[in-house]
Ligand binder design. Structure first.
Ligand SMILES: [Zn+2]
Length: 367
C-alpha cells in the first residue's frame, strides 16, 4: 500500500514536471517561424545586439538560452532605492550581480553604483570610490547615478543633493581615472512636473509610483535645475564619459538633446524606456536626428527580470520589445503605439549597427 501510494506520487510528480516543461517550452522558444516578430528578431540577432540598460535580478536556463539565441549582451544596472527593501542593501546586490555575470557566459556585464544615502557620512566620498575600485577590479564597466540624487536625498541642511555636489567630485574623478563610464538617470520625464496627462507614455508609471510625481510640491527642485547640475558634471569632467539614460531626460525635445551632444563631446544618450517618445514624434525629424548623431545614441530598454518574475511571461515581453524596437528603427513596418499608427524609420544598416552594437562598445569599453 505504502509502495503503491509512493509510486502514484512519483507518477503524479513526474507528470506535473512534464506538464511544466511543455507549458514553458513554447515561450522560451522564438516567436512562430515566418511571423513578423520572428523575422525582426532574426535581423536583430544578426547585428550581435547590446542592450545597455536592463535590471536583471535572477538567472534561469530559459533566460540564458534566450540571450544565447539572440546573441544578445546586456549591461545590468544597479541602483540603491530606500523605498524597495530588495534594493536597499548595495553590497548584497553587487554580490548577486557579480554571480549573475559569472554565470552568463559573457552575456551580462555589470554597471555598479555607490550608495548616495550615505551622503552625510564624513568618509562618504572615499568609501564610495574605494567600493567602486573593488567593483572595477572585479569587472564592473560603468557606474550609475540614479534619480534619488536630485529628487530624494537631502543634505544635513535639508536641501536636495544635486549631482554636481562637491562630495561627488572625487567619485567622478575616480570613474574617469579608471576609464569607466558614468550612466546618469537625472530627473524624470516632463510629465512628472506637469499636469496629469493620460496621453504621455510615462503617465501610467506615475500612477503606480506617485512618490516620483512632483507637480505642485512646494520647494521641489525644477527639472531644469536638476539637469543643469548634470550638465555641470559634463563641463567639469571633460574626460569622464557620460551616458544620459532615458534620452538624457530630454525626451520631448530632440533639439535640446542635439545641443547637449554638440556642446559636450563626452556625452551620449540611451533610449531606455523612452522609445515611445521617439515613436510618437514626426518620423522625418527622428530619422534626421538619429542619422546626424549616429555615434551618440545607445540602444537600451529598461527591461527587468525580478526574482519573483514569471519566466514565460518575461521572455515573451523581452522578445516582443526587441522585435518592436527593431521594426521601428530598422524597417518601414507600421506599428501601433499608444493607440496610434507609427511607421518604422528604416534607418540605414551602418546606423543600426552603431545604435544596436558598436556605440555601446565605444562608450562603455569592455562590453
Ligand atoms: Zn532603469
Amino acid at each position: 500500500m505504502i509502495d503503491l501510494s509512493r509510486s502514484i506520487v512519483q507518477v503524479i510528480l513526474g507528470f506535473s514536471i512534464a506538464l511544466t516543461a511543455t507549458a514553458q517550452a513554447p515561450t522560451s522558444a522564438p516567436p512562430p517561424a515566418g511571423s513578423t516578430d520572428e523575422v525582426a528578431l532574426r535581423a536583430f540577432t544578426a547585428i550581435h545586439p547590446i542592450d545597455v540598460h536592463v535590471h536583471v535580478f535572477k538567472t534561469d536556463p530559459a533566460f540564458q538560452k534566450m540571450l544565447e539565441r539572440l546573441d544578445l549582451k546586456l549591461l545590468n544596472i544597479l541602483v540603491t532605492d530606500d523605498t524597495n527593501p530588495k534594493r536597499k542593501d548595495l553590497q548584497r546586490q553587487i554580490d548577486d550581480a557579480q554571480a549573475l555575470v559569472q554565470s552568463s557566459h559573457g552575456h551580462i556585464a555589470l554597471c555598479t553604483t555607490f550608495d548616495p544615502y550615505k551622503f552625510d557620512s564624513a568618509s562618504f566620498s572615499t568609501d564610495a570610490a574605494n567600493q567602486l575600485d573593488r567593483d572595477f577590479a572585479k569587472g564592473a564597466l560603468a557606474v550609475k547615478v540614479w534619480k534619488n540624487v536630485g529628487m530624494e536625498i537631502k543634505n544635513s541642511n535639508g536641501q536636495y543633493v544635486m549631482a554636481d555636489d562637491p562630495k561627488f567630485q572625487p567619485i567622478y574623478e575616480d570613474i574617469a581615472a579608471h576609464g569607466k563610464t558614468l550612466m546618469t538617470h537625472q530627473a524624470e520625464p516632463d510629465v512628472a512636473w506637469g499636469p496629469p496627462d493620460a496621453a504621455d507614455p510615462s503617465w501610467s508609471y506615475y500612477q503606480e509610483n506617485p512618490q516620483w510625481y512632483v507637480a505642485n510640491r512646494p520647494g521641489f527642485p525644477s527639472k531644469q535645475r536638476i539637469l543643469d547640475a548634470r550638465d555641470h558634471v559634463l563641463a567639469n569632467h571633460p574626460k569622464l564619459r557620460m551616458v544620459g539614460v532615458h534620452l538624457g531626460s530630454m525626451e520631448r525635445d530632440l533639439d535640446n538633446i542635439a545641443s547637449h551632444l554638440d556642446k559636450y563631446p563626452n556625452f551620449a544618450i540611451d533610449t531606455a524606456a523612452r522609445m515611445e517618445y521617439l515613436m510618437l514624434m514626426p518620423p522625418e525629424k527622428v530619422s534626421a536626428f538619429l542619422i546626424k548623431y549616429q555615434d551618440r545614441v545607445l540602444y537600451g530598454t529598461d527591461l527587468d527580470l525580478h526574482a519573483d518574475a514569471d519566466l514565460p511571461d518575461a521572455l515573451t515581453e523581452w522578445q516582443s520589445r526587441y522585435a518592436r524596437d527593431w521594426k521601428f528603427l530598422a524597417t518601414g513596418e507600421t506599428l501601433t503605439v499608444e493607440g496610434k499608427q507609427v511607421r518604422g524609420l528604416n534607418l540605414p544598416q551602418p546606423v543600426l549597427q552603431k545604435i544596436f552594437r558598436s556605440n555601446a562598445i565605444r562608450w562603455i569599453p569592455g562590453l
